[in-house]
Design a protein around this ligand. Structure first.
Ligand code: B12
Ligand code: SF4
Ligand code: SF4
Length: 417
């Protein structure tokens, strides 16, 4: 159903006023750190609604909830602000220079002090890779910038609500309609000349504003030209057609999904423990943008990689303290351990004493899911002999194998995909 435009006769601003306010809002957004700001109508996203329904029917959502749970809701801004008329959409850049020149998986560990003042030299520690968007709370920064816009709108007497990655709205479709960029073949929203290292969010408002782009955007994939690099670079072939992602194969989803990590994609995970950036790393638009406008240095507080053995030794509490803002199904830290065991099996050293110890430990715990992943990792590292006979055999194990791969909506709201 397409919502008809609702007009409030008591607040029919002139188009001049709308244009002035729109300019002010865009400037406020840019001053607050947004890389790009656009304004669109708040009409229903009918095409995206159809995409959500159709992809769900084909199983491409892989059991994900997020915007798929209720496509009628996530494609209708009026469900967020009654009588919504306009969307002010902003993009926040999270691109930062890697602080380490060597691959993060096998970064030489700094010498460690021990009590007697001696030093232990451990040449390499396996480092789990964290996708760029998840190394710092960039969503908080984006939300702050959008809140400045929302507050201005409220000061003008309008309703305004900030939404950003909270499943209530299809963020990329909003950015596309606001003219920020185009849908790349990797399904990311790319900003001309700037690429895709952006998070997106929207202020939904009942204010009448001047739109910055045509109502009916066109040109999916146009900015990519003949390039298809992301399609062939995806480690699991998850980009099944230009702009179409099969979540059942996407590593970024599989690290967030419940249950056993699919056997056929374990090696492809490499050293990743959260998120996947491959289809953006290879993108020539991103590479050219980096060259023309080098990104700032990373904030030293960013978690760029996680020592897998430390992760596997950490308590539940410590894991949630450090990584609690990531989407972890059911906020259950065993899923971080599951990912770390797969990554260890891929990039660890089967001759390393600490690695063997970790595998021995996780192969004897009272958790069939982690035991099975520990055995897999041990086999991959050629040290299965040391941990005895595999009690679960080759097959994937998970105590929630028969559960849907996602939790209730309350658990997902506010979580980042
Ligand atoms: C579910 C979800 C995921 C899922 C599925 C992603 C997907 N492609 O659908 C998973 C967990 C896999 C995921 C992964 C990632 N995500 Co995510 N995710 C979301 C979420 C919650 C909903 C996305 C959605 O509704 N998808 C539904 C489908 C229908 O939409 P779509 O894939 O965009 O499909 C469009 C194209 O197919 C296009 N189209 C149609 N026909 C054609 C034809 C051609 C030729 C082309 C080119 C396009 C095209 O139209 C469709 C929309 O109508 C949003 C937040 C939100 N609330 O919107 C974040 C969001 C999309 N994710 C984001 C990010 C950063 C990521 C990751 C980079 C994180 C990471 N490093 O691991 C990866 C990127 C993977 C990828 N290539 O998409 C950002 C994207 C920012 C941007 N610049 O685009 C968002 C917007 C979060 C945010 N608020 O910033 N994500
Ligand atoms: S995020 Fe990784 S697995 Fe998912 S489509 Fe991109 S490259 Fe493929
Ligand atoms: S890698 Fe090529 S096809 Fe993929 S999004 Fe970038 S420009 Fe488009």
């Amino acid at each position: 159903m397409v919502r008809s435009t609702v007009t409030d006769p008591t607040r029919r601003e002139s188009s001049d006023e709308a244009a002035t306010l729109s300019r002010v809002l865009i400037e406020l957004g840019l001053e607050s750190g947004l890389a790009s700001v656009g304004i669109a109508s708040a009409a229903v996203f009918g095409e995206t609604r159809e995409h959500l329904v159709e992809r769900k029917e084909r199983g491409l959502h892989g059991g994900m909830q997020f915007t798929y749970r209720n496509p009628d809701r996530s494609t209708d801004p009026a469900r967020i602000v009654p009588s919504a008329r306009s969307l002010v959409v902003g993009a926040w850049s999270y691109r930062q220079l890697d602080p380490h020149p060597v691959p993060v998986q096998m970064r030489p560990q700094q010498r460690r002090s021990v009590d007697d003042g001696d030093h232990i030299d451990r040449p390499h520690r396996p480092m789990g890779q964290v996708a760029r968007y998840a190394r710092h709370d960039h969503y908080a920064d984006l939300r702050r910038a959008l809140t400045v816009i929302a507050e201005r709108l409220r000061a003008e007497g309008s309703r305004a609500t900030v939404v950003c990655d909270d499943n209530a709205l299809v963020d990329r479709a909003a950015a596309h309609r606001a003219g920020l960029g185009w849908f790349g073949k990797n399904s990311m929203m790319l900003i001309p000349g700037q690429g895709s290292w952006f998070l997106l969010g929207t202020v939904v408002t009942d204010a009448h504003l001047q739109i910055t782009a045509p109502e009916v955007p066109a040109g999916h994939g146009d900015g990519c030209g003949s390039c298809t690099r992301c399609l062939s670079a995806c480690p699991t072939g998850a980009l099944v057609a230009p702009g179409v992602l099969d979540a059942r194969r996407c590593l970024a989803w599989l690290v967030q999904a419940k249950g056993s990590f699919p056997m056929e994609h374990r090696r492809a995970l490499g050293g990743r423990i959260y998120g996947c950036d491959e289809c953006q790393e290879v993108c020539p638009i991103n590479r050219v943008a980096d060259r023309k406008n080098p990104p700032p240095a990373a904030d030293p507080a960013e978690v760029i990689g996680v020592d897998l053995l430390e992760l596997l030794a950490a308590s539940d509490e410590a894991l949630l303290d450090t990584h609690g803002r990531w989407y972890i199904p059911g906020r259950d830290p065993r899923y971080l351990r599951r990912n770390a065991l797969v990554a260890l099996g891929n990039i660890g050293d089967g001759n390393d004493r600490d690695t063997k110890q970790a595998l021995r430990h996780w192969s004897t715990v009272d958790d069939p899911l982690l035991v099975e992943h520990a055995y897999w990792a041990a086999r991959e590292l050629g040290c299965d002999g040391l941990i005895g006979e595999d009690p679960v055999g080759d097959g994937p194990v998970g105590d929630d194998r028969h559960e849907p791969r996602d939790g209730p909506e309350s658990e997902l709201r506010g979580q980042r995909a």
